[in-house]
Design a protein. Structure first.
Length: 406
């Protein structure tokens, strides 16, 4: 950071929660461990799942969605930011089970607004809370298709993500995966217009996906194995290379209290390290009698066996579905929203009796029905025995999804 000023790169880092010290060579930055991502395996998976994405969009928008050839790259945060528009709609859906790591979807606000308009059948849609919940529902459906594909064959049992949550923010404020991650790019054409959905998966989660698909990085134990015997690469306890000597005709073992000793030649002793002396031929090492081991007794190693736990994922899932009746009598707040508007503090202080407040909704337009402040349906206002009521005219897709999962 220069004296009295801050660079754009540092501003972006601060907005996204990144330690600015990690941007320079002298700072300490605790980034995620780098993982060699198997891009070819993930590329094949993207080619398989693109049709599922187009099917989800078509079912929810009732518009023909034509998927184009997707691409998968290994990118860093700055590289992905260069691909995005200045403002984006981001849907966080981090992995919560079987895999762990950042997982988010990104799209332009124009594309998100178009989806909301098609799904809600609105001519002038807005990306308010209701609109963002519709985008979350689209991502939830596509993420479910991905989970189904990755869970085939029992390779990732119990794979799940957190409930998708959509936000609309400048791209520099979006929380990106740390280090190198996998970026899926899905081009799609809807109603003759071209759009793009980006999917960012953290490095460790992307490697877990690749392994479930039969690929993935080489295990660390395998890469650590070197060609040749371990004796050729071994180092002595003092830090130097181990030396092998051929015993001479006068090879004798020197007495030593409470340790092991090896010698090469008459009266020759090697430097001792922790009660052990190395030298001569390794086959010539002898253990001193038990009485000379400073009272220590050698105990046989314990018999250790791994414990196998049963898989509870299927039984728990079945129990959750069967116990929905336990919460049927739980009260929830239902609200009918006629409309909204924004006013300055000056305008609010100027309100008085007879003041007319103009709402953003048109006269005769359906009102919104919310449960716990979440939109579930639309309806029209009616009067029943001098009391106001609302007649439900449309159930939003998010509620249909919940009902189908019960």
């Amino acid at each position: 950071m220069s004296e009295g000023s801050i660079s754009q790169e540092e501003i972006d880092a601060l907005l996204s929660g990144v330690d600015v010290g990690g941007l320079g060579s002298g700072g300490s930055f605790n980034s995620a461990p780098e993982v060699e991502i198997d891009i070819p395996t993930l590329q094949t998976f993207a080619g398989t799942i693109k049709d599922k994405l187009a099917e989800v969009i078509k079912n929810m928008t009732e518009k023909d969605a034509v998927p184009e050839a997707p691409s998968v790259e290994s990118l860093g945060r700055d590289q992905l930011l260069a691909k995005l528009p200045e403002e984006v709609v981001a849907v966080m859906a981090d992995f919560s089970s079987a895999l762990s790591g950042d997982h988010l979807f990104l799209m332009s606000p124009e594309f998100a607004t178009k989806l909301v308009g098609y799904i809600n059948k609105e001519e002038n849609p807005t990306l308010d809370d209701m609109g963002l919940s519709v985008i979350s529902e689209v991502v939830s459906s596509h993420s479910g298709a991905e989970i189904t594909e990755l869970s085939k064959g029992g390779k990732l049992p119990g794979l799940a993500t957190n409930p998708p949550e959509a936000i609309k923010e400048p791209k520099a404020m979006i929380r990106m995966p740390q280090g190198t991650f996998a970026c899926f790019t899905y081009p799609v054409t809807i109603d003759g217009e071209h759009y793009t959905i980006w999917e960012a998966v953290g490095g460790s989660a992307a490697d877990g996906m690749a392994q479930a698909l039969g690929g993935g990085s080489k295990p660390a134990a395998q890469s650590a194995m070197s060609s040749g015997s371990g004796m050729e690469n071994a180092s002595s306890m003092g830090g130097g290379a181990a030396q092998m000597f051929t015993p001479s005709a006068g090879f004798t073992q020197q007495p030593m209290m409470g340790g092991m000793q090896m010698g090469a030649g008459m009266g020759m002793q090697q430097p001792m390290m922790g009660g052990m002396q190395m030298g001569g031929n390794m086959m010539g090492m002898q253990m001193q009698p038990q009485g000379q081991m400073m009272g220590m007794q050698m105990q046989p190693p314990p018999n250790v066996q791994s414990l196998q736990f049963p898989n509870f994922s299927q039984s728990v899932a079945g129990g959750e579905q069967g116990n929905i009746n336990l919460i049927m009598d739980v009260y929830m707040e239902m609200t009918v929203e006629l409309g909204r508007t924004k006013k300055t503090i000056k305008d609010i202080l100027g309100l008085g009796e007879g003041t007319i407040i103009e709402l953003e909704k048109l006269a005769g337009e359906p009102v919104d029905i919310l449960v716990n402040h979440k939109p579930i349906a639309k309806g029209e206002v009616v009067v029943i025995d001098e009391n106001f009521g609302v007649r439900v005219t449309e159930i939003l897709p998010s509620l249909e999804h919940v009902a189908s999962s019960i």
